[in-house]
Design a binder for this molecule. Sequence first.
Ligand SMILES: [Zn+2]
Length: 608
Amino acid sequence: MASFIPEEKIVEIREACNIVEVVGETVVLKKAGKNYLGLCPFHAEKTPSFTVSPDKQMFYCFGCGEGGNVFTFLMKQQAMTFPEAVKYLADRTGIALPERRQTPEQKRRLSEKEAILELNELTMGLYQKTLRQDPKGQPARDYLAKRRFQKDIIDHFYIGFAPAGWDNLTRYFQRRGVPLELAERAGLVTRRKQGQGYYDRFRERIIFPIRDNRGRVIAFGGRVLDDALPKYLNSPETDVYRKSRSLYGLDKAQARCRATELVYIVEGYFDVMALHQNGIHNAVGTLGTALTTDHARLLRGYIGQSGQAILVFDSDEAGIKAAHRSIDIFAQEFVEARILVLPTGHDPDTYMMTYGPEAFQEKARDAKGIMPFLIDAAIERHGDSMEGRIKVLGDVAESMAAFQDPVARSVYIKYLAEKVDIDETAILDRIRQVSAKARPNTGGRSTFSAPQTSSPGKRSGGSKIERQLIAMMLQFPDILPEVRKENIVGLIDDPHLKAIGQDIINGGESLTASGARPEGHEREAIRRLRAQLSLIEEAWNYKGCHSLIHQFVLTKKRREAVPLEEQIREAERSHDEKRWLQLLEEKQRRVKRDREHRCKTGFPNEVD
Ligand SMILES: [Zn+2]
């Protein structure tokens, strides 16, 4: 790995930054004893099991088993490569990375993303300038004035204008010597189908730069000034832009979302701007796509465990559609979501213009939860005749099945039972039917079934005492001479724990050096296990450690003394196949040994 970043630099960077701060930027963390706790960004959960240790500079999730150091966190959560994570943290901590010889391929791959970001920044600047002062920007200035957007909000969101014409940006790039192939990969220009050359993607459109949570321009959205189609045009996905993970305005909204534990999710760019202009700064937009699990998880990182998302729509129809589409996402990610539908003919902008921002916020406070909203909408649609009520049940049963949380589910069942006057058990039966139907095709829909009984992180790795021993070795290195003397690692059965133990004894060489190091998922499992064990809370001291070692050695000896047959039966009973095979081999060995012994002495060996 990281062939061009010297090891000592990596260590220096890791020591200079605080993992709690880095993680805390995207995950709400609360202090709990020595550690910090938050909702895991890597799996859906309702109660925090994601632990960050400032002492050890590690994170570990007791729910899904994800764990590691600050680099691993950025690689997993922000999809950075290792060199990117190192560079990001180096920049943050002000540590200069030496310029090293890189292969052209390394250079190209690393710099491609940076080059695209730089090009986006350049493009944003040009479009902003056009909007501010170019005569060609007049139609856009008129349009924004008509919609009553003020200059400071326009600047706040770096709004620009791509004027009419096919090659304004293309020629601008050419003058500056920007390779147009790169601009094409950035999604800014398009290759002509016939003939040679390129043309601008955005023409005669208001430009909304889409920035990530770190404020980097990752893409653009463009809106026409009239009724031309398509009304909105977005950048294609690129090396720096993933639609399903990006939200418009997040860079401006994140601090406020954190402070209020609330986020407004609106549909359009102008909606986001309108909310901000009215002093509601915790608003983001979904960029014209359906909300994804990634979005929900990302937002949950800012609003935290008790946070709320309010989805704002300008019509019942849009609200119902979105509610049906996103209910599983919110239910599975344990994000409390409400639906706010504005009166017909209003969007957030016109609503606040007419009634003021306070009225909007009040309406938000009264907004219905996503499930009651769907139930009420279904009743409205089908009426309360007998047939209507049955249809209502049919409409909402599937959505109700999305709720994993039994408390939430029973609350909604009660709500529906009262509204349509159908028995609760009948409703429950219907939901079960729907779930059962959904289960075989494993579409992830059937969250009504029992929760997962185990997660890979929890299950892996040996007996309790073996895990304790490794935790001790990781956290209390003073004991290592004793561990060596008693050959504790040699006595450990679990192969992963043994590997970690050997690694510690060897001073951290065997897993990192080349040679017989485990590969792929094996290595991943060991890494996770190691992170987990180094975070086990325990106050280590000599006395405790000695007694742990003593106890372990004793257990081992005692087990040796248990008749082999008994041990084999026990392994069989507990389905411990590995141990069972080991024991069978041992048995064969002993039988052989006994035979030899008998040959020599004429007496059976007395061990078994
Ligand atoms: Zn997790």
